[in-house]
Design a protein. Structure first.
Length: 129
């Protein structure tokens, strides 16, 4: 069975699966990672998927709002350890590294009062520590 998800104007992701439960898992994973209709901070509808390398040559994955005048927020992704290639958006406080928690310390009270969820669905404006 073929699972096909439209994630943007003319952009589709397809995955071949054997069982319905696999289709459900594929849809869940694809929509969590790729199906973003707007920026979580400004509600802008223009954003880019960006991949860079960090100093250790690890992939740095993020979505960046293209409303640079008023926003420029990012949604950062992380790689699941021990699983080849699986990623997820950092939307909860405990998803953040210690460095990221330090940079985003102003979001801690919000996360504490919202069961660990970050404000703006994890989208934030980068602040140097």
């Amino acid at each position: 069975m073929l699972v096909k998800v439209q994630i943007g104007d003319g952009v589709w992701i397809e995955e071949e699966v054997e069982k319905e439960v696999d289709a459900f898992k594929a849809l869940s994973r694809i929509t969590e990672i790729f199906k973003h209709e707007k920026c979580g901070r400004c509600n802008g509808r223009k954003f880019n998927f960006v991949c860079r390398k960090d100093k250790d040559e690890n992939d740095w994955l993020e979505i960046v709002c293209q409303n640079f005048k008023d926003c420029g927020a990012k949604l950062v992704y992380s790689t699941v350890k021990g699983k080849s290639g699986d990623i997820y958006p950092k939307t909860r406080w405990n998803h953040l590294s210690e460095t990221q928690q330090s940079q985003r310390s102003d979001e801690k009270d919000y996360a504490d009062s919202h069961n660990g969820w970050l404000p703006n669905n994890g989208w934030y404006i980068f602040k140097k520590s």
